[in-house]
Write a protein that binds this ligand. Structure first.
Ligand code: NAD
Length: 267
């Protein structure tokens, strides 16, 4: 890691590009070496755009160890806390060490198919659905305890930081990001004389493993959503989901930003 290089990762919006040019100037004035894009030797990555840009930058660069901070040029950003007109203050506070480093906990999913095991990490959530908007039927286990036979659109498992995203839209609870827990939220569960699924979320300690075991008849053509990206699987048997030891580090400049963001976005 170089003590001077700072990455500038931006999306292609006009506002983002303008912000990147300004950030480049300010970083140079403060004695840093700005790098346009991702340099693995940098000490910090500054991501410009909305939450989607932050999520993409982390996936694309394989969940790097260096800290991230986001400048928001999209809709309200949960990962992107800095406004474009706060760049000078951001760089100054960073130089002076006036910040904290928060951990964003990640989900690790192991996907067992007939011939191969796949591994994914998520920042927000992982969702198991049937392909082509069919109903999916699966057994849900938590640490090998059978919990329910689920039928419905799908099952979503979110990180604490991801609880305000798709999880919240699906009726899940908001979980404070420092808590070490996983939240499992049903998406349109079927409740009829034939099928009984839990109608609410379940929150479990992060050391537990949630296993989604697809029923034999429905093994073909399943859809896995990993932070919004789609992956289709045939012969899918089981998805094991747990909190990973791997984290993403994020710089935080104000202790109140979580609650400010929450109010701005939802109230
Ligand atoms: P996107 O950029 O269109 O993001 C969708 C929205 O989710 C944006 O408004 C974004 O600000 C918000 N968002 C993302 N992470 C958030 C978080 N942790 N807390 C609060 N809001 C958050 O789409 P994308 O770039 O593909 O982002 C993927 C994310 O979109 C997925 O991880 C999923 O959580 C979210 N999503 C939400 C819904 C829904 O709410 N019904 C449906 C699909 C996907």
């Amino acid at each position: 890691m170089s003590k001077n290089i700072i990455n500038i990762i931006t999306n292609a919006n006009y506002e983002s590009k303008k912000t990147a040019t300004n950030l480049h100037k300010v970083l140079t004035n403060y004695g840093y070496e700005p790098f346009n894009g991702f340099n693995k030797n940098a000490e910090l990555s500054i991501c410009i755009g909305g939450d989607g840009s932050f999520i993409k930058a982390i996936h694309k660069n394989d969940f790097p160890d260096m800290p991230f901070v986001g400048i928001n040029t999209g809709h309200l950003g949960f990962y992107q806390e800095i406004k474009p007109d706060e760049i000078e203050k951001l760089v100054k506070d960073y130089k002076n060490g006036n910040y904290n480093v928060d951990d964003i906990k990640l989900i690790r999913s192991d996907i067992y198919t007939k011939n191969k095991v796949y591994k994914f990490y998520s920042i927000n959530e992982v969702v198991l659905k049937a392909a082509h908007s069919k109903t999916i039927h699966m057994n849900v286990f938590i640490d090998r305890n059978h919990v329910e036979k689920f039928s419905g659109d799908g099952v979503l498992v979110s990180t604490p930081s991801g609880s305000t995203a798709y999880n919240f839209s699906s009726g899940g609870a908001i979980v404070y990001p420092s808590l070490h827990v996983l939240q499992m939220t049903p998406i349109s569960p079927v409740n009829s004389a034939a099928y009984r699924s839990l109608g609410s979320s379940v929150i479990v300690p992060g050391v537990h493993t949630i296993s989604l075991v697809v029923e034999k008849r429905y093994k073909d053509s399943n859809l896995l959503l990993v932070d919004g990206s789609e992956y289709f699987f045939n012969n899918l048997h089981r998805v094991n989901i747990r909190l990973s030891n791997k984290v993403i580090k994020k710089l935080v400049f104000s202790n109140n930003s979580y609650w400010d963001n929450l109010k701005d976005k939802f109230l």
